[in-house]
Write a protein that binds this ligand. Sequence first.
Ligand SMILES: *Cc1c(COP(=O)(O)O)cnc(C)c1O
Length: 474
Amino acid sequence: MQYISTRGDSLGQYCDVLLEGLAPNGGLAVPEQLPHIDAATLERWRSLSYAELATEVIGLFATDIPREDLARLCAAAYGGGTFAADEVVPLRDIGEGMTLVGLSEGPTLAFKDMAMQFLGEALEYVLAKSDRVLNVLGATSGDTGSAAEHALHGRDRISIFMLSPQGRMSAFQRAQMYSLHDDNVHNIAIDGVFDDCQNLVKQLASDLDFKRDHSIGAVNSINFGRISAQIAYYFWAWLRATDALPAQDRTGFEVSFAVPSGNFGNILSGYYAKRMGLPVRKLVLASNENNVLDEFFRTGHYRPRSAERTLATSSPSMDVSRASNLERFVFDLLGRDPQRTAAAWQELDTRGEIDLSSEQHRLLPEFGFVSGTSTHEDRLATIRTFFENSGVTLDPHTADGAKVARDHVEPGVPMLVLETAKPQKFADLIAEALGTPEEMDAATRALLDAPQRVTDLPDDEQVLRAYISERALH
Ligand SMILES: *Cc1c(COP(=O)(O)O)cnc(C)c1O
């Protein structure tokens, strides 16, 4: 399979785009053509384990990785006991016509492990094949950084430099990152806020000489390897949701998905699954108070906020000012026309917004998208209701998904709500919602008590540059 940029130009194959999601012309890597899965193939996939299914799905995109190698990578990512549940992604009925899709069984208790664990394997493989090294540089406010570190620690040919804002993460998030002691993990706490960390990364990454000389790369949410790995769990969820149906009723049986969204990476994977032929009725996008994407899907106006106008909410992993993956969807919306896509992003640069209101009427019938917003009060009420009615504690992000999903449940159409994190990660909010703190399990206690290692640095590009130069792999 060949990859192209959303703003024109061809980019090579899967292994070529794995290290660099952003095209030189500023666009994002997308498959030249999406593969199509027919009903018979879907039925053949029913008996596969999660690792085997991931091999089939990712294999459609990674045609330049030999199948037996890919099977080995997927078995290592999903078969080795890294995920708490045997089935990797368990499904659970939570009432009101909704089913929780358990994407947070991995080491950092958030859905990002699903893609990151595969990406860790795939990067190590590609680097060994091409005799290269990679120094991953990133900034995190919590979930992404820990998922990346837990996927990359101890690996050959890879080191990771992760900037986090000093004193701005929860005790749990700090413990998840700073308790890793591998030589290839460099935790750097910057004297500043998350945006300062991100600006430092941008400054270094825009110095192309520095980037090349030190083999700097990223594993952020635009990475197509992550998108492709996420597509697998949409297929898995549909298969498990239809297991109990009589065989003759399964073909074309529609489900809907509700997806707590920030950078639009997770739900983009769901949209690709639908385009590939998975019977998906609705893709329900849930925003928090930073509801730029909800506004886009309701009106066709995309108006990203500045970092200063982005609110700090109680579902922090969705506090995104710019949905970095949206360009991939808009490319399809504009007929996969790179000129029109480039013009739209030009408009964004000059006017600060994109007006696609003339296309808005197509978003539901053609693409399946609906959307909604959930607030702090909604989050608390939703956590409470589901706890009282079904005994399940939702994390704040998943609660946003369930809240918005409620408005879109239809009789006979299972609503699959993606569990993007576990409640243990957000103990304070759970205590606020339920009146009692979540019981701390032994693993959480041990994690919080583990010795931590982190280097404090000032918000200073030159200091950071020197720090990385001394420690980067060559
Ligand atoms: C990253 C994240 C999200 C948002 O996912 P996107 O792919 O950025 O839309 C939602 N919930 C949690 C818990 C996350 O970590």
